[in-house]
Write a protein that binds this ligand. Structure first.
Ligand code: GDP
Ligand code: ZN
Length: 461
């Protein structure tokens, strides 16, 4: 395939002082070569592939040095896009990277559309669609752990599994074809029936397994939704602040959903948390009292984790007891705060109310107990079902939708087999499953869907 040469700012993963302008296309190297003056007059055109060169970008109009740069030259086809790729590293951050971008744009490159680099990698056959989407997840990944999942998917784990299932379906259909065309035995009908049931059930179970991981995928991408509850003045906001200060706050592009809650993203020992301080705005009102136990249960139900805060130097109140009722059956960590003050709380009663929830005492004022709390959060997360790092995560809503459709097509097929429906009808459902699975890895998608998907990407990827 042939495309024009595109360029965009592509900030590297870790972020830092270095910013990159990336070019891809036939003319990528010659455009960079026109602008580049290497030490000792070295020409980019004449260099070997996958080499890095130090020098300057020139403003050809004024013939003055525009920027000090390091340029990587990568020749097709061993590149991300399978095209010629040049990456211009600028040390001066965003201002200088913009200048370099303007230079390449006025010398033959076109500004890339969002996701266009990844789209080319897909169109040139370098990656399949689920891998392309994994790149998109990677861009959005909020923490290292989420990144690992995205990377695992990029390596094609999901694709591999889905290919295997499709192959299974194809072979089954072929087998059935043969049975029908060349019946070797008298009981061919019974054999075909058995075969379809067996293979169909296997495919169905595998799809179900994949779907079961999808919730975990969502958590890893969006963070464990964590709600901080407690009476006014117990230290909710202090807790939020201390978790944010101690842990790298995660920069997010997801806009806050409601104005009534303060929302922060943090990474606690590898666990991505989306922290919500419910009463952050209305300090004087008790959430449970205000909206009732039933309603607040409703609100809290959507949380993955509850941090319930109590005051060590105050008696337990009915509000506190109500809170325990409201979070029954959920993942809860109970925090008894203000241990630097004289005790008034009845710890025995607290333990009773906490049942098997983890209980932590803190003095946020004196920075005590936060480590233990973080440990408890990590333990809850990693000792749960989410631990298995090497499983295949489905973390993309389009994949989930397609897998659900594939699952119900297979369920239809199995039901049809059970009811003794003619084989050619059953075959339709098998084929439909095969097609839907194909859509996950992009084997049977149409152009419009592809365009729509890639337009969601960040610029420069
Ligand atoms: P919220 O209403 O639950 O959000 O509580 P805040 O975080 O706003 O805290 C209420 C007050 O308690 C503030 O004056 C905090 O400085 C204070 N506070 C928070 N944690 C502690 C603590 O561990 N010990 C003491 N003595 N005061 C604390
Ligand atoms: Zn507060």
């Amino acid at each position: 395939m042939e495309f024009d040469t595109i360029a965009a700012i592509s900030t590297p993963m870790g972020e830092g002082a270095i910013a990159i302008v990336r070019l891809s296309g036939d003319q990528a190297i010659s455009i960079a070569d026109k602008l580049f003056r290497g030490v000792g007059g070295k020409r980019l055109k004449e260099t070997a592939s996958h080499t890095i060169h130090y020098g300057h970008m020139m403003d050809l109009k004024t013939n003055e040095i525009a920027e000090e740069v390091m340029v990587s030259v990568m020749k097709a086809p061993k590149t991300f896009t399978k095209e010629n790729v040049v990456e211009i590293n600028c040390h001066g951050g965003i201002a200088s990277v913009n200048r370099v971008l303007q230079l390449v744009l006025s010398n033959g490159a076109r500004l890339a559309e969002p996701g266009e680099f990844t789209k080319r990698a897909f169109l040139n056959g370098r990656i399949d669609l689920s891998q392309a989407e994994a790149v998109m997840d990677l861009i959005r990944a909020k923490t290292d752990r989420a990144m690992n999942v995205a990377l695992g998917q990029m390596e094609g784990r999901l694709s591999k599994l889905i290919r295997k299932l499709r192959q299974e379906i194809l072979e089954t259909l072929a087998h059935v074809e043969v049975n029908i065309d060349y019946p070797e035995y008298d009981d061919v009908e019974e054999m075909t029936h058995q075969l379809l049931l067996e293979k169909g059930s296997y495919v169905k179970e595998e799809i179900e397994k994949l779907l079961r991981t999808s919730h975990q995928g969502k958590i890893l991408r969006e963070g464990l939704s964590t709600v901080i509850v407690g009476r006014p003045n117990v230290g909710k906001s202090s807790l939020l602040n201390s978790l944010v200060q101690e842990n790298k706050a995660i920069v997010t592009d997801i806009p806050g959903t409601t104005r009534d809650v303060i929302e922060e993203y943090v990474n606690v020992r590898g666990v991505p948390l989306r922290l919500l301080d419910t009463a952050g705005i209305r300090e004087t009102e008790d959430i449970v009292e205000r909206i009732g136990v039933e309603r607040s249960r409703q609100v809290l139900k959507e949380a993955d984790l509850i941090l319930l805060v109590l005051n060590y130097s105050d008696d337990l109140s009915s509000e506190d007891e109500n809170l325990f009722k409201a979070v029954e059956g959920m993942d809860v960590i109970v925090i008894v705060n203000k241990t630097d003050l004289p005790q008034r709380i009845n710890m025995e009663r607290v333990r009773e109310l906490s049942q098997n929830h983890k209980l932590v005492t803190t003095s946020l004022l004196e920075d005590q107990g936060v480590d233990e709390l973080e440990e408890a959060i990590a333990a809850l997360f990693f000792e749960g079902s989410i631990e298995a790092r090497d499983m295949t995560y489905v973390s993309n809503s389009r994949h989930i939708a397609l897998l659900n459709q594939a699952l119900s097509a297979m369920e239809d097929a199995l039901m049809a087999v059970e009811m003794g429906t003619p084989i050619d009808i059953v075959q339709i459902d098998f084929t439909r499953t095969w097609e839907l699975l194909g859509e996950v890895i992009g084997d049977s998608v149409h152009e419009s869907l592809i365009d729509q998907l890639f337009s969601q990407f960040c610029l420069g990827k």
